[in-house]
Design a binder for this molecule. Structure first.
Ligand SMILES: *[C@@H]1O[C@H](CO)[C@@H](O)[C@H](O)[C@H]1NC(C)=O
Ligand SMILES: *[C@@H]1O[C@H](CO)[C@@H](O)[C@H](O)[C@H]1NC(C)=O
Length: 189
């Protein structure tokens, strides 16, 4: 009886204390391409791109002297060939271009000023999906309540040990109440 009770109590605890891990809010970041050097010649952008982990929602900021450089988002093929006659996804020319990374995919960027791409003004990044935005699905993984209820016929009414004793006393009392009847029957026979 007592081990059964502690079993019920423990399953009650494990079911009724759902520990909700609130994933820390991952804020979207701005990344200045080339850090303080900006978008220019003579910088190792491969090295720069490997310093960070980019996630969906982040923004790349390209800062450069207007008309001296530009930003072409291109396909991997065009990134490798530096030939922007095809494979151009978008063109940015403002000198202060903000490009939000909206997809969990690879992004490739080059400067299309003559010679600059081959000279090293190009890089690719892997953008990963935001990790904090998928809460654990409230799947039907916690329905042991009904099965537990069916396996324990008496409802867990006696919440305290004294209650259990009282129930035992009650049964004893009932037995003694029956005793005279049994005795009477025996005597009558
Ligand atoms: C990027 O992610 C990798 C693997 O998850 C980790 O080892 C590395 O420290 C991260 N780098 C930065 C700059 O957060
Ligand atoms: C993207 O990640 C893959 C595997 O993790 C790696 O091989 C590849 O070099 C990365 N690409 C870029 C552009 O960083």
């Amino acid at each position: 009886m007592e081990s059964h009770f502690s079993l019920v109590f423990f399953s009650f605890l494990t079911i009724s204390i759902p520990i909700l891990f609130k994933s820390p809010l991952v804020e979207a970041e701005d990344y200045a391409v080339g850090d303080s050097d900006g978008w220019t010649t003579g910088i190792n952008y491969l090295e720069w791109s490997e310093k960070y982990n980019f996630t969906v929602g982040d923004t790349l900021v390209f800062k450069y002297v207007l008309n001296q450089h530009n930003v072409y988002q291109v396909t991997e093929t065009t990134f490798r060939s530096c030939d922007a006659s095809s494979g151009v996804i978008s063109i940015h020319l403002s000198g202060n271009d903000r490009i939000e990374l909206t997809e969990p995919t690879k992004y490739w960027f080059i400067c299309n000023t003559k010679g600059h791409c081959k000279g090293g003004m190009r890089f690719g990044i892997n953008v990963t999906a935001t990790s904090g935005e998928t809460p654990p699905p409230p799947s039907g993984e916690t329905p042991p309540l009904p099965s537990d209820g069916s396996s324990s016929p008496p409802p867990p009414a006696p919440v305290t040990a004294p209650g259990g004793n009282a129930a035992a006393h009650g049964r004893e009392m009932r037995w003694w109440l029956c005793a005279p009847v049994v005795l009477f029957d025996l005597v009558y026979w």
